[in-house]
Design a binder for this molecule. Structure first.
Ligand SMILES: Cc1cc2nc3c(=O)[nH]c(=O)nc-3n(C[C@H](O)[C@H](O)[C@H](O)COP(=O)(O)OP(=O)(O)OC[C@H]3O[C@@H](n4cnc5c(N)ncnc54)[C@H](O)[C@@H]3O)c2cc1C
Length: 319
């Protein structure tokens, strides 16, 4: 058993930023980085909206530097997954395989995963036409034709964001009406010159020329009719899954399994005031995409990681 002051679980922008701040505060944080360290940006190529890089930066390069920066100040990284936690008493217990760690504070930065379509070709072209983040990638598709998949607010918002850049958008939805709010629906349906909606349809294949996406094949669920849409981009907006399965029953989660803090649920939190990133358990903090269903950006995740580290530091001082 190893006992430390702060344990950080997860190693995306939120985890590394939390580690940097906790390390500079002399808390010698232990980062259980997961077997797939670096988080979602490891899946992408060019990141153009992380401040400080005027020519952009490759996602994996950014994550490697973030890790080195936190290590330089004393953060200890272990590339292990956390399987379970016991937050019922202090010190807080975190278990990875056979190894048990104890910490006075724990910071949860386990992120989220975009739900993929799971169709042939999709995973081959991530970052080369296939995107899960319109805010991040829309400017790469100037005057191009793209396909968007989904029917909720995210898909409709992504489509609207893309209309500013792209030549034409095919919005694919498997039902005959959207789940998105009426006002957003009206906005997207009003863009008739740019947006065509293919109802009751699903994407069945993504095709490319090895370098980029060249077409997206769509099937009508009712008629069975198949069409190949020439397109350079596929934006998948069918939802996110926060990596919080192992936290069930340990901290309060919302109905979609996001960790509740008073940042994402400012009303009605009865737990300790003055610690915006604290979860329902004293001493357990959270930040990044496992909390954030709204912004989902690397820089906002890093910012929340920093907030969680500062809150943990203040909380530890008060112990
Ligand atoms: C393809 C793609 C491109 C993107 N492009 C951009 C962009 O250009 N600009 C931008 O701002 N944002 C972009 N995003 C979004 C951005 O990557 C996320 O908002 C950001 O990474 C969230 O950071 P995070 O630290 O909260 O979580 P994540 O990056 O999801 O990292 C969480 C980490 O925790 C680990 N973990 C999970 N569970 C456990 C466990 N039980 N034990 C140990 N470790 C665990 C995971 O393996 C992962 O390494 C992109 C996302 C994707 C998928």
């Amino acid at each position: 058993m190893e006992t430390v002051e702060v344990i950080i679980i997860g190693s995306g922008p939120a985890g590394y930023a939390a580690a940097l701040y906790a390390a500079r505060a002399q808390l010698k944080p232990l980062v259980l980085a997961g077997e797939k360290g670096g988080g979602q940006l490891m899946l992408t190529t060019q990141v153009e909206n992380y401040p400080g890089f005027k020519d952009g930066v490759m996602g994996p390069d950014l994550m490697a530097v973030m890790r080195q920066q936190a290590e330089k100040f004393g953060a200890v990284m272990k590339d292990q997954n956390v399987d379970k936690v016991d937050f019922s008493r202090q010190p807080l217990t975190v278990v990875s395989g056979e190894i048990e760690y104890q910490g006075e504070a724990v910071i949860l930065t386990t992120g989220a995963e975009s739900i993929p379509l799971g169709v042939p070709g999709e995973s081959d072209y991530i970052g080369r036409g296939v995107s899960y983040c319109a805010v991040c990638d829309a400017p790469f598709f100037k005057d191009k034709r793209v396909v968007v998949v989904g029917g909720g607010d995210a898909a409709v918002e992504d489509t609207l964001a893309l209309t500013k850049f792209t030549a034409k958008i095919s919005l694919i939805h498997r039902r005959d009406q959207f789940r998105a709010s009426k006002i957003m629906q009206a906005r997207v349906l009003g863009q008739k010159d740019k947006v065509e909606v293919l109802w009751e349809s699903q994407v069945v294949k993504v095709t490319g020329d090895e370098k980029h996406v060249t077409s997206v094949t769509v099937k009508n669920i009712k008629t069975g009719q198949v069409q190949e849409i020439p397109a350079q981009g596929l934006f998948v907006a069918i939802g996110h899954r926060p990596a919080t399965e192992f936290l069930k029953g340990q901290v309060a989660l919302d109905e979609k399994d996001y960790v509740k803090t008073s940042i994402n649920y400012p009303e009605g939190q009865s737990w300790l005031k003055g610690y915006p990133t604290m979860t329902s358990v004293p001493g357990v903090f959270a930040g990044g995409d496992n909390v954030d269903f709204r912004y989902r950006q690397a820089v906002t995740a890093a910012g929340m990681g920093v907030m969680a580290a500062l809150d943990a530091e203040k909380w530890l001082e008060g112990l």
